[in-house]
Design a protein around this ligand. Sequence first.
Ligand code: ZN
Length: 305
Amino acid sequence: MAKNRNLAVLFLSLVSAILLAASLWGQEAKPAPGGLPVRYEELTAPDFVRALEKSGGTCLIPLGVIEKHGPHLPLGTDLLNVRLVAVRAAQQEYTIVFPEYFFSQIFEARHQPGTLAYSQKLMWAILEETCDELGRNGAKKIILVSGHGGNSSFLPYFCQAQLARRRDYAVYLYRPTGDPKAEEQIRKMRKTTTGGHADEEETAVMLANRPELVHLDRAKNQSGADQKRLTELPDFYTGIWWYASFPNHSAGDGSPATRELGELVVENEVKQLVKAIQEVKKDKAVLELQKRFFDEAENPLKTQQ
Ligand SMILES: [Zn+2]
């Protein structure tokens, strides 16, 4: 009887050990509930490995900024809006979306309250180290999506400087060619024809994104009209050009914005970004050419003439 009881105990512990092992194995192999999160910060370390595989080694950094957006939109408008588009696109075409990033070029708004204008050294270093760290973690295709117009010189130069030293990852700066049909539809729906910052379109996107943060009644408190204070220098670029035109850090009129317009703009932007993520996933040329270039650059005298 005692022997039988011992055998029974042994049998039961074996069964429970097998069940425990099976359940642990199940946990390990099971995908996250609702599928893998697209947001980097929401992934566990084991999920990160699977996410990279699923994303084809891509990681998307949506770049925002903290700056004034007229008198009626939040300081983080570019950050909030670019993340909305990036997350929605990643949910359709899987990629990992990097956490909140707002180290962008914004010296021209230093005179406005709340602007975070980091030095050029820091901006450069943090983006370069972020890319290096992503590359070290296996994200060999890094997609930069800027939601901020002030990055228009900084980011292409950052990409040019990728060739300064060998690296085993590639940086792809997203520059959409645009969809003329969708643009025509947006143009027809708009009530204003000028803009560029905290304008009708940007206000509309924020209405579609976070309506509680939009203060339409304050949109006309400051002028977003071009002040044209540098018309005598048509052949030059100077850093003060934006301030010369738009000292209130607002370009255009946000007051006629509607949620419907915002939804149309977001839908179009998501559609284009989905296509772009697919292009990067398919691409083999950039990394191959970069490798060949770095090999040749190490010994230029051996480069075929
Ligand atoms: Zn903006």
